[in-house]
Design a protein. Structure first.
Length: 644
């Protein structure tokens, strides 16, 4: 794989799009001018002539460097030149752009619209999950399509279902965020798509990080590619602190990055103090799991100093329509806070982001710079900060070895302790309490799978302080805590607290919970009344047919399977009623016990967390007795409690 000379390191070069060779068509130049694009970035200056010159390219460039236009401009030019020679047929696909997430595919399609409009008699289509595939298939059959933009799973599904699409004349294929495509488990779909495309095509592979898997994909999908590596130069302090030296980096040129060391119990208070300082700014906060986003999305708006802020949650478990609304809403705001997972870490170009806050460092260290790159886009200035505990401080040196420079930011000395406010919210609404438990447990389980496990050691977690930072009323009884003796020091129990008395603010959900509790009490009473009768039979010698042993594991599993089957039947009946219009969607969600605004569609019956939330009066400390009575955390697909 040949290497080109490194392009200039400035944000914009002196080369304008009209100066490129081979020259761009007037219609493409017009679309660029209308979008306010005059001069090229380094990656655009290097890439566009190569793709137009019949070369395959593998692009390795910093996030926010203008990669989208670097492939869109030659993509449209190539399709336009092909159409000039021979107008395409209805179902003849000439170009395809593949990216890993729905949000990124939608963004690419939106940016491409002014360019696609310059293509006469060409139909383009966005194909992502969360959309009815039957309507998409019908539209393709009736109207035809010549350009496809979408995620690999949906594109593969469409290609597999429709034989009427012809790919033998495909001219150009773009793989955006190629490393992420492979990390998300799309290798099989990408390989299958490549196998159906002609080898005589132009291919662009774009990625901010080159991994072994990307190299393998490059060898399989590209023909003698030219590799373009675009780096920025950052100033780093010399050994004696006075001199400076230049070092290549993949961080955006205008990005200033910091780290903050704070204890787990004080972490949430420091976050609120930080947000209160920048209420007029546009901020993105990254969390480890979907459950954490849901929890802080409920808690933060209830903090006094943040009540005037617009706080929007976004994660991969949300319905597609809600994800799109959240992203569009935050993009249009002059200031606000977006709470998200790594679903919004790659490629998204959200205008005007001032700060990136990594409340939880990512499991994969490669994602760190992608998160930070949502600010300081294309020459703009931006800042980022990551929250670390004292035990995680080695992560700073690890990042410096990766040429990611960080400066220390001091904790706010006058930060208000917000834990009492969070606990009060949990005591007022069972939904807050349950979301807190789920967020806490999902965080610990995600922490266990950290790629930098030699730095992020889950067995050294201060569970007590961590639970205080989350504002929990009690520490969940879970195997990680019980069997590995994690420290519970620092947790302040609340005297005379009975969790069973905490009600949902949502009256419908509380009514459903009370109904379930009464049913449970009735069943327990029936079972209790049957015991004396059974004992009497034993005394009378009439217990020959009554088994005295406990049920075997097979018998218990059979009973559980029967209960699961009955529950599944009930869900199926409700679904049929919904489809027939006998009940509306709101009634369906209420009867199913869904969480309403929590897009994970989790069940929230009290039984689902009865093994985690231990009664207040019996669990002032995690004693052996309370552990035995409290039960254990069980990950179950129906409850969705261990979701990440």
């Amino acid at each position: 794989m040949a290497n080109t000379a490194d392009p200039p390191t400035g944000t914009l070069t002196s080369t304008s799009f009209s100066d490129l060779n081979p020259p761009l068509s007037d219609s493409v130049l017009q679309a660029l001018e209308e979008g306010g694009f005059v001069r090229c970035t380094p990656v655009q200056e290097a890439t566009i002539p190569l793709l137009l010159g019949h070369k395959d390219v593998a692009i390795d460039a910093a996030t926010g460097s203008g990669k989208t236009l670097a492939f869109l401009v030659p993509f449209v030019e190539i399709v336009m030149r092909c159409c000039a020679v021979s107008p395409p047929k209805k179902h003849q696909v000439l170009g395809m752009i593949i990216s890993p997430t729905r949000e990124l595919s939608s963004q690419i399609y939106h940016v491409a619209q002014p360019f696609f409009m310059k293509l006469s008699k060409i139909n383009s289509m966005l194909l992502v999950g969360g959309v009815d595939i039957k309507s998409e298939l019908k539209k393709i059959e009736e109207e035809g399509v010549n350009i496809l933009v979408g995620t690999p799973g949906k594109l593969f599904d469409i290609m597999d279902r429709l034989d009427i699409l012809h790919f033998r004349d495909l001219e150009i294929l773009i793989l955006d965020e190629a490393d992420r495509l492979l990390e998300m488990g799309f290798q099989k779909q990408v390989t299958s798509i490549l196998a159906r495309l002609p080898k005589q095509r132009r291919t662009g592979l774009f990625s901010a990080t080159q991994t072994e898997a990307v190299e393998e994909l490059s060898r399989a999908g590209l023909r003698n590619p030219v590799r373009v590596e675009v780096k920025t130069e950052v100033k780093s302090k010399g050994n004696f602190g006075s001199s400076h030296q230049s070092a290549p980096s993949k961080t955006p040129l205008g990005l200033h990055m910091e780290y903050m060391i704070c204890e787990s119990s004080n972490k949430s208070s420091q976050l609120v103090a930080f947000l209160s300082q920048y209420l007029s700014k546009k901020i993105i906060i990254y969390f480890m799991t979907c459950a954490c986003v849901d929890y802080w999305g409920v808690v933060l708006p209830q903090i006094k100093t943040l009540k005037s802020s617009k706080i929007i949650p976004l994660h991969g478990k949300m319905k597609q329509v809600n994800r799109e609304k959240a992203l569009a809403s935050f993009s249009s705001l002059p200031s606000g806070i977006l709470l998200c997972t790594d679903v919004a870490a790659r490629g998204l170009d959200i205008p005007g982001v001032d700060w990136i806050v990594q409340y939880d460092p990512p499991q994969d260290p490669n994602v760190f710079i992608h998160r930070a790159g949502r600010t300081a886009r294309i020459g703009r200035q931006g800042s980022a900060v990551v929250f670390l505990s004292r035990k995680e401080e080695a992560y700073v040196e690890f990042l410096k070895l990766r040429r990611v420079p960080l400066e220390e930011r001091q904790c706010s000395v006058d930060a208000t302790d917000i834990v009492p406010q969070i606990r009060h919210a949990a005591k007022e609404d069972r939904d807050v309490m349950e979301k807190g438990v789920k967020a806490f447990v999902s965080f610990i389980r995600a922490y266990k799978e950290h790629h930098c496990s030699y730095i992020f050691r889950w067995k050294e977690l201060d569970v007590g302080n961590l639970a205080m930072g989350y504002g929990l009323l009690q520490i969940p009884s879970m195997p990680e805590v019980k069997h590995h003796s994690l420290s519970t020091d620092g947790f302040c129990t609340i005297d005379d607290l009975d969790l069973s008395l905490i009600k949902y603010k949502d009256k419908a959900r509380e009514k459903q919970r009370q109904k379930a509790l009464k049913k449970k009490e009735t069943e327990a009473g029936t079972s209790h009344d049957a015991k004396p009768e059974k004992s009497k039979k034993k005394r009378d010698g009439n217990d020959a047919n009554v088994p005295s042993k406990k049920k075997t594991g097979r018998q218990r599993r059979a009973i559980q399977s029967k209960e699961d089957y009955e529950e599944l039947e009930q869900e199926y009946r409700l679904l049929k009623k919904l489809k027939k219009g006998a009940i509306d969607e709101e009634e369906y969600e209420r009867l199913m016990g869904f969480r309403g605004e929590a897009e994970e569609n989790e069940r929230s019956d009290d039984e689902n967390i009865s093994g985690i939330i231990v009664k207040g009066k019996k669990n002032k400390k995690l004693t052996k007795k309370s552990k035995q009575k409290g039960g254990s955390w069980k990950s179950h697909s129906k409850s969705g409690l261990s979701m990440r």
